[in-house]
Design a protein around this ligand. Structure first.
Ligand code: 13P
Length: 244
């Protein structure tokens, strides 16, 4: 699974141009590769309308409200996101954790996503200090607690905070080890619904080959390198070429 997270980038023209450029280049994508893109919420409808009828591009959103509906000015609900054609929603991105979202809010967002029929891409990861002081596993364990009550299909994205937008990535063995921890935690929770683990943080068309080659890694969540269509297409090709 290759997921583009555009964050706060794009406008109507660039959304349309990106969709058309990627669709023209990706018709031979093997069935086992899922290509997801998450534009800013105001452009979900533009993105949906720009997709070709036989597109391989799946739509996702970057966040959803923890409330189903009601007096929540400025929020965007999971149901509305689904109604606009999205199948996935990012939950718990570190850029939202930093702005004050709590575990209680993430629990509500997970419940709303599940009720709406969206698959969450739940983002977790340690800071540089937490890694330096040997707390990575403890942090991942604490961040995954809220998933205990979550039974449906789930994607977890391991995104070390220090790797996001920095050009730095963990060593391959460190990525593999974190993914093993995440898989172990999910197994321990006794849930047997579909589960995959992505890596995110400074992924680009050059380093993606080594990352996808890791047996523990099911795909990548990509920020800045997903904005240029040719770069996203190169990463889809890397996934297509990956033997697993
Ligand atoms: P970058 O790929 O720009 O480091 O961002 C990663 C990310 O936060 C994706 O959600």
């Amino acid at each position: 699974m290759i997921v583009a997270n555009w964050k706060l980038h794009g406008d109507r023209a660039s959304v349309r141009a990106w969709v058309h450029a990627v669709e023209q280049a990706q018709w031979n994508l093997p069935e086992r590769v899922t290509a997801v893109f998450c534009p800013p919420a105001p452009y979900l409808a533009v993105a949906e309308a720009a997709r070709a009828p036989n597109t391989r591009l799946v739509l996702g959103a970057q966040a959803c409200s923890d409330q189903w509906e009601g007096a929540c000015t400025g929020e965007i609900s999971a149901r509305q996101i689904r109604d606009l054609g999205a199948c996935y929603v990012l939950i718990g991105h570190s850029e939202r954790r930093r702005r004050g979202e709590t575990d209680a809010m993430r629990a509500g967002q997970l419940a709303a996503a599940s009720r709406a029929g969206l698959t969450p891409i739940f983002c977790i990861g340690e800071t540089a200090d937490e890694r330096k002081t040997g707390k990575t596993d403890a942090v991942l364990t604490a961040q995954m607690q809220v998933l205990h009550e979550y039974h449906a299909e789930l994607v977890v994205a391991y995104e070390p905070v220090w790797a996001i937008g920095s050009g730095l990535t963990p060593a391959a063995e460190e990525i593999a080890a974190a993914h093993r921890t995440i898989r172990g935690l999910r197994q321990k929770s006794g849930r047997d619904s579909a589960f995959s683990v992505l890596y995110g943080g400074s992924v680009n068309p050059t380093n993606i080959h080594e990352i996808l080659a890791l047996a523990e890694v099911d795909g990548a969540l990509i920020g800045s390198a997903s904005l240029a269509p040719e770069s996203f297409v190169a990463m889809l090709s890397a996934a297509a070429a990956c033997g697993r």
